[in-house]
Design a protein. Structure first.
Length: 584
């Protein structure tokens, strides 16, 4: 089992391990100094619990929690707790669930009792401290932070929170002390240094903040969004507006979070002051909790990520990033109704409101509410006539549902909005080309695939799709083979692309080469019926008839398309006819 110190080092490296081994409780165990073990719920409940109802609810609560079904878990544990109000385990579960669901009044009602029992005490201590900070009583908040355990997550987030409490209590005069507090013990690395820069910025030491933030932003690739916003805000505050805009545009090109970057750029271009990610100590605490939640999300510690994100929203209810994170975690747990509810908490005036709508539409689609999903995306596309996000997602969902004509309309509407196509727009033409091909409009499909290749000449998916289609139609065979060979060089572990190359060898009568490529393709994608069927054909042509029949039989077990089943059955019965029909 990983030691606490090893575990904390993993967090500092961005590899935060999951602490939720079983069940729901997210605390680090009994309160500091307590040696008591959590009490198990007795198998025989008290006289009020008829027919073992409390024990059944206790078990059902754990099952629901494991599935990410917070509302159901809350209901089951709440009923069990009502029949066993002195049980410490149940109290901790009810408290943490209230926190995870954002029911802060209920969580506060239980917080003191939780601190006495020790189950979930870390989260209860944080909630009590944050309550004091929320009312501006930073000295009381500091006293509570000092009681946090010196191990586990509290040892990592505690210095960040306490540093901001110091700054809240003492203002700029406490800057050096607060900065030193952030450096205590093991830290979260870049997150701590970012918060140190924010302390400098809020204390009016803008040049020093710029220097520290510049050192944290990678030379290539996207930077953490809040860090780049802080850097741009600091540059703008120093009168270096052009540099601020350039830094934001560089992140946009590197695939940063477009909505937030575009909003920041619009603010600069309008000549308005660009605010940093937060502007007071409470905002600093919320940001620190969000940073911890993001680290936990990356390591799939679902419940803990939700709890820390909820604590962030306790101080800043409008914090859209936290609501999106909660929704994403719940969606990852396939709890789509509660994920949608979390996404709906994103304020309508937030730059991230559109992202929330896209996620809601995706969740509706996964739930099986397809037309509701389409309608939401159509409304979003109409409301934002300068954006293509909703139209692209609409096209992708319709294409997945094999509604190719409607998908083509969505992609065409998106293409009409982009103006002169840029290299990154290849996906639009590739996707629309697929819809044309599936609806038997090859001339239009070919035009789109060729344009996609013009925009991205080395794009392996386009090389594969166009090359395979040409081979299937007996056109441009030498060019198609070259395209497929290049696609395999670019993606040698993609079984579908390797299959395409094997099939072009087959269609050209190069059966030994076909066998070699198709055997590799089956290794990479053993569960695909088409690839197994292709390998069967190649085996037959090189005289390996027993192996050919095995591959065809296997293909039938892998749920091939309905119109392929009689073809495979006919091959099993009669074998393949003369090879002249294969070749182009």
């Amino acid at each position: 089992m990983t030691s606490i110190s090893d575990h904390r080092r993993r967090i500092a490296l961005g590899l935060l391990g999951g602490l939720l081994a079983t069940g729901l409780a997210v605390g680090t165990g009994p309160a500091a100094g307590s040696e008591r073990e959590p009490e198990p719920l007795p198998a025989s409940v008290d006289a009020e619990a008829e027919d073992g109802l409390a024990f059944g609810d206790f078990l059902a609560g754990h099952v629901a929690a494991a599935r990410g079904e917070l509302a159901a878990a809350d209901r089951y544990f709440g009923r069990a707790f009502a029949l066993n109000p002195t049980n410490r385990d149940l109290l901790g579960q009810v408290f943490v669930l209230a926190l995870a669901r954002g029911e802060f009044a209920t969580a506060l009602e239980h917080a003191e009792a939780v601190l006495e029992t020790g189950i979930g005490a870390e989260e209860a201590r944080l909630l009590v401290a944050l309550t004091a900070a929320d009312r501006g009583d930073f000295d009381v908040a500091r006293a509570e932070f000092e009681k946090l355990p010196a191990t586990g997550l509290a040892a990592l987030v505690g210095p960040l929170l306490d540093g901001w409490a110091m700054f809240g209590a003492g203002g700029p005069a406490a800057l050096d002390e607060a900065r030193e507090r952030l450096r205590d013990e093991e830290s979260l690395g870049a997150l701590n240094r970012y918060h140190e820069a924010m302390l400098l910025l809020l204390a009016g030491r803008t040049p020093a903040a710029i220097e520290q933030l510049a050192a944290e932003i990678p030379a290539e690739g996207p930077a953490p969004m809040r860090m780049i916003r802080a850097y741009a805000a600091a540059l703008a505050a120093a009168g270096r507006t052009d540099e601020a805009a350039a830094a934001l545009r560089a992140q946009l090109q590197d695939g940063g979070e477009q909505a937030l970057i575009e909003a920041a750029l619009a603010t600069l271009e309008a000549g308005e002051p660009l605010p940093p990610p937060f502007e007071d100590p409470k905002g600093g605490m919320a940001d620190a909790l969000l940073g911890m939640a993001q680290a936990l999300q990356q390591e799939r510690s679902a419940m803990q990520a939700i709890v820390y994100a909820r604590l962030a929203t306790y101080l800043r209810p409008e914090l859209a990033e936290a609501s999106l994170l909660i929704g994403d975690v719940l969606a990852g747990e396939e709890n789509y109704p509660e994920a949608i509810a979390a996404y709906e908490e994103v304020p309508a005036d937030s730059p991230l409101a559109g992202d929330a709508d896209l996620r809601i539409a995706r969740a509706l689609h996964v739930e099986g509410r397809r037309e509701d999903s389409y309608a939401r995306l159509e409304q979003l596309a109409e409301a934002e006539p300068d954006r293509i996000d909703a139209l692209v997602q609409l096209g992708d969902l319709l294409r997945r549902d094999e509604a190719y004509l409607r998908a083509e309309e969505a992609y065409s509407a998106a293409i009409a909005r982009i103006g002169e196509p840029q290299p990154e727009d290849w996906t639009l033409f590739y996707a629309r080309g697929i819809t044309y091909e599936r609806t038997k409009r090859w001339t239009e499909a070919e035009e789109d695939f060729l344009l996609a290749l013009e925009l991205q000449p080395e794009q392996p998916f386009v090389l594969n799709y166009l090359g395979y289609s040409w081979v299937d139609m007996g056109r441009h065979l030498d060019q198609a083979r070259g395209m497929l060979e290049r696609a395999v060089e670019l993606r040698p572990s993609d079984g579908f692309i390797v299959d395409s190359l094997g099939w072009v060898h087959y269609r050209l009568g190069e059966y030994d080469e076909a066998v070699e490529a198709l055997e590799r393709a089956v290794e990479l994608e053993p569960g695909d019926p088409v690839i197994n069927d292709h390998l069967g054909d190649a085996y037959w042509r090189v005289g390996r008839q027993r192996e050919a029949r095995y591959q065809w039989e296997r293909a039938l077990t892998l749920e091939p398309e309905d119109d392929e089943i009689p073809k495979i059955e006919r091959k099993l019965e009669r074998g393949l006819p003369d090879a002249t029909g294969d070749r182009i």
